[in-house]
Design a protein around this ligand. Sequence first.
Ligand SMILES: Nc1ncnc2c1ncn2[C@@H]1O[C@H](COP(=O)(O)OP(=O)(O)O)[C@@H](O)[C@H]1O
Ligand SMILES: [Mg+2]
Length: 372
Amino acid sequence: MADVRLENVVKRFGKVVAVDHVNLHVKDGEFFILLGPSGCGKTTTLRIIAGLEYPDEGRVYIGGKDVTDLEPMDRDVAMVFQNYALYPHMTVYENIAFPLKIRRKKLGLTKEEIDERVHEVAKMLHIEELLDRKPGQLSGGQQQRVALARALVRRPKVWLMDEPLSNLDALLRVVMRAELKKLQKQLGITTIYVTHDQAEAMSMADRIAVMNKGRIMQVGTPHEVYYKPAHVFVATFIGNPPANILECRVTQDGDKIILECPGHREEIRDPELADAVRRAGVREIYLGMRPEHIKILKHPEPGTFKGKVYVVEPLGSEQIVDVTIDGTVVKVKAPPTLSLQPGETVYLKPEDWKKVMVFDKKTGKALKGATP
Ligand SMILES: Nc1ncnc2c1ncn2[C@@H]1O[C@H](COP(=O)(O)OP(=O)(O)O)[C@@H](O)[C@H]1O
Ligand SMILES: [Mg+2]
């Protein structure tokens, strides 16, 4: 068993709180992703797990054992850094084989077994034909794959990966995501993977921890963080493009609950939505609507938001339409057949009010998620 647990971990750099009371429990064999914007503390968290940083507060456990005071080499983890350093005087083959060679006796590996593993991982990363080259003769993307291979060739308790695919071109990155996930599942090695790319996180993770400013905003499956974001920040970070946020007010008119948004005023009829708003007793809310859950109409209907087409971005199988509603830009995914001109007046309608998310404006916390 090699689960990983962080208990109240804090790391400060001067005045910056890079990691702010983080609690995590990564299960044995899980592919766990730390996702968040640049500077939110992902790398620092990973380095604390690796033993490369010492936390100011809190403890780290691997396989139930407190490893907080252990050296990196005594933790049985393999880490791929964002800024990989290959040994320049060694060939690609020697670079990849190195971690096995120095542990050969301990691991009880024969020369043939090492050779087999090097070729296996090189094949998976499409670098077999580069094994005789030196790092200086490789492109950035090739070097990154060699660095990844050097970590994957080991079978430690935990793999730690810091944006290991960031230097690859878009096509190769997508191929590598699938291969990496397949290998991880085959070997069942607990993996903690850092990225700022939500699409990467959604496609690879068993569970995602969404981070912001050193804090964990939510831990959940890709499905959970998409449909039931716990905080407005998560809704604005997940999705491509992410959820639209409208600042609205809720008022009571007798028995009716009235929703006032930019370009829109109506009675809330969806019972779940009305209930969520009534229970919370808040007046100022954020309405969260995903671009794929909004319809564009050319003529007004009851319950539509009036707006103006601002930009149309054709993407082949669909188009992203930016519509301004009283100065707020709302992004909508529309079918490619819908013909729209900038400046044109349109009417937006939630595909289904059950897919609309609601957040308390003051705290940012979710009052209601979306029903898939
Ligand atoms: N060695 C360091 N010295 C000072 N500040 C640091 C150091 N490492 C990270 N930081 C700061 O801590 C915060 C989190 O950084 P980091 O963990 O690298 O974020 P991420 O990997 O999510 O981009 C940032 O504000 C960063 O500038
Ligand atoms: Mg980083």
